[in-house]
Design a protein around this ligand. Structure first.
Ligand SMILES: C[S@@+](CC[C@H](N)C(=O)[O-])C[C@H]1O[C@@H](n2cnc3c(N)ncnc32)[C@H](O)[C@@H]1O
Length: 209
């Protein structure tokens, strides 16, 4: 999502229900442990703003590869007066200029299916997380057919901007199945579990050894 128009269409879209679902699951699973967290592929930062509202002591590093998206994220963080607790930075994974094993939670929502090589996310989680760090990744589940994908777009986002609808459709088609992600996790040697949550997402979670 390097394009400014695409980024704006995404930022203006209503993903409140899945964004809140991500935060609700995270807080139920980690009621006290969240201090220094990183969000990979933060987009316009709506998810991390919800988390910051719920956790007064949290420090969040929010990373996205797109300069246009990071500008929108920075505006949203300023508007919410959360600059002291949410640091936004532009950077692509792999290759983020961040210290190894510096975070006690690795978070990511709807990034996995954007990566040409999904294994980079799992390697980055291991590289950035401390021992015992929580990993909490949510991503779309690929529908069985392209027609199913179109139906989901028309059900969930019937009135959204055409750019957003096309991106959403492409994302659904590019997403993985639960079985494919379980294979990725096994190959990465990570102790994570994959479950279906909500009507179109999977949640991949656990703690680093
Ligand atoms: C679908 S958006 C999800 C944004 C946000 N996590 C959310 O759920 O609202 C995916 C984001 O990942 C970013 N992205 C894609 N590939 C990336 C990479 N290799 N490194 C960092 N960010 C990336 C895109 O710029 C985009 O903002």
């Amino acid at each position: 999502m390097a394009d400014a128009e695409q980024s704006l269409a995404y930022a203006n879209a209503d993903f409140a229900s899945s964004n809140q679902l991500f935060v609700d699951h995270l807080l139920v699973d980690n009621p006290q442990a969240l201090k220094d967290v990183i969000d990979l592929g933060c987009g316009p930062c709506d998810v991390m703003l919800r988390l910051a509202e719920a956790c007064p002591d949290i420090r969040i590093t929010a990373v996205d590869g797109s300069a246009a998206m990071i500008e929108l994220a920075a505006q949203a963080v300023r508007a919410a007066n959360h600059e002291a607790r949410i640091v936004v930075m532009q950077g692509y994974i792999p290759g983020l200029a961040l210290r190894e094993h510096d975070f006690d939670a690795i978070l990511s929502k709807d990034l996995l299916h954007h990566l040409p090589d999904p294994m980079v996310l799992w390697r980055e989680a291991r590289r950035l997380g401390r021992q015992g760090a929580a990993v909490h990744v949510m991503d779309l589940i690929r529908p069985a057919t392209q027609e199913d994908a179109r139906n989901i777009v028309e059900t969930v986002a019937p009135d959204e901007h055409p750019i957003l609808k096309e991106d959403f459709y492409n994302s659904l088609c590019a997403a993985f199945t639960i079985e494919e992600v379980e294979t990725q996790i096994r190959q990465a040697g990570l102790p994570l579990r994959v479950t279906r949550v909500g009507d179109r997402h999977m949640l991949i979670k656990g703690a680093l050894r």
